[in-house]
Design a protein around this ligand. Sequence first.
Ligand code: ZN
Length: 133
Amino acid sequence: MFELDIFFDERDVQSGVRAPGGKMSDFRTLTHAEWMAEGTRRFGPDYDKWRFVCPVCGFVASVQDWKDVGHPDAVAFSCIGRWRKDGIDALTDGLHKGMGRPCNYAGGGLFKLNPVTVVFDDGIEHRAFEFAD
Ligand SMILES: [Zn+2]
C-alpha cells in the first residue's frame, strides 16, 4: 500500500480538490449495520441523498447522481465520470487534476482504492467509497 501514498500528499488536501476523508491512510472496516447507521446519521434515512467521495479524483456524488447516470449498481464503488461526458481519466487526470469533474475510476479494476470495507452479515465484503463530509 505504500506506493499509493505517493499520489496522496498534503497538496491534494489543501487544494480542496480531495476531501481529507479520501486520503489513502484512512482505510477502515465496518459491519453493514455500522455502515448503515453512519450513513443515516450523516445524511438521514433517504438513501438517495447519501453522498460519497471518489478516492481518486475527490468528486462527491450522491446516490441520486449514480441513478441519474443509469448505474445505481455502482453506488460508492465506481466514479460516475465513467458514464458522464465530462468524465476525466482516473490515471492521467484524476490523481492530481481533479478539476471538480468526476473520473472514470472503477472499483473493480486493477487498482482497488476504495477505502471502506463493508462486511455484510453473510461475510461478503464490499469495498466502498468513503462518506462525503
Ligand atoms: Zn473519480
